[in-house]
Design a protein around this ligand. Structure first.
Ligand SMILES: Nc1ncnc2c1ncn2[C@@H]1O[C@H](COP(=O)(O)OP(=O)(O)OP(=O)(O)O)[C@@H](O)[C@H]1O
Ligand SMILES: [Mg+2]
Length: 275
């Protein structure tokens, strides 16, 4: 199936192209409605680099609740994307446990994992990968076609409601190249939401946007988190601490502080500024 192939290629590219950690209380969900969505225990990712093993991530412990908007910050090469890939099931750890939304990902085969991702995870990247030959609406419908969990005739209206949610329903019939960068990124977020996944993983989603457009994307993520989505976002935005519920700092493959309270804004800023 073409859609399967495309998604698998996207994941393969993400695995190959490695181009490049705490808590303010969210007012939006009460503690009664919150639940644990992501758990990492002792997660290590080691690469065999010819010159020996290299640990991109070492013994990471992290738990994230529903409705949290979490930023992952740190210097370039510190392990942010690796952490995101682990806690979203994009890639597998060398050791350690990953549990998302009640499923232990370690137990899944490659096929099961791909299927699981299709309905449990929304992905947004810096350079969004909308299919250039499909309209925005068709792009948003693509994950629905892949997962097959929504009846065919309901897909277009559902995709349209996603575009309304991100504020670009008037662009539905256009091809991606006819949209601004910010509109395209909103389209990518709508596509990430297509199957109503509990978790959205975003790797530098605002890296390609001007500051105003970036702020509107952050605002959209805040709204989604307020509605109960768990959003985990790698970012180089310097003043991110004021936008999110929690900042997780990564340094040399270590999650600083893990599940303990956040470093202050100045520490976060220092960790990002050398990125
Ligand atoms: N496939 C791989 N093989 C070997 N080393 C890798 C591989 N992928 C990542 N690394 C290394 O792991 C470390 C962490 O990489 P990662 O992509 O997580 O960094 P990052 O914090 O996301 O950096 P950036 O901000 O530049 O995107 C880096 O030193 C990187 O070179
Ligand atoms: Mg990265």
């Amino acid at each position: 199936m073409l859609a399967t192939l495309i998604l698998n290629i996207m994941f393969a590219i993400r695995r190959r192209v490695r181009n490049r950690g705490e808590v303010r209380k969210s007012e939006s969900l009460t503690s009664a409605t919150r639940r644990r969505v992501i758990t990492l225990e002792g997660v290590t990712k080691t690469y065999d680099t010819g010159a020996g093993d290299f640990s991109a991530l070492s013994s990471a412990d992290l738990s994230i609740d529903s409705g949290q908007f979490v930023a992952i910050v740190g210097k370039s090469g510190s392990g942010k994307s690796t952490l995101l890939n682990m806690l979203s099931g994009i890639d597998r750890p060398t050791s350690g446990l990953v549990e998302i939304n009640g499923t232990v990902l370690n137990d899944l085969s490659e096929n099961e994992l791909a299927k699981w991702r299709g309905s449990n995870l929304g992905l947004v990247f810096q350079f969004q990968q909308l299919m250039p030959t499909l309209t925005i609406l068709e792009n948003v419908m693509m994950p629905m076609d892949f997962a097959g969990s929504i009846p065919t005739r309901e897909r277009a209206p559902k995709a349209m409601s996603m575009l309304e949610l991100v504020g670009i329903s008037d662009q539905a019939g256009k091809f991606p190249s006819a949209l601004s960068a910010g509109q395209q990124q909103r389209g990518a977020i709508a596509r990430a939401l297509a199957n109503d996944p509990p978790v959205i993983a975003a790797d530098e989603p605002t890296g390609n946007l001007d500051s105003r457009t970036a702020e509107s994307v952050l605002e959209l993520f805040r709204e989604l988190a307020a509605g109960g989505k768990t959003i985990v976002m790698v970012t180089h935005e310097r003043d991110i601490a004021t936008s999110v519920d929690r900042v997780v700092t990564v340094a040399d493959g270590h999650v600083l502080g893990g599940n303990t309270p956040a470093p202050n804004a100045a520490q976060v800023s220092a960790a990002v500024s050398h990125g």
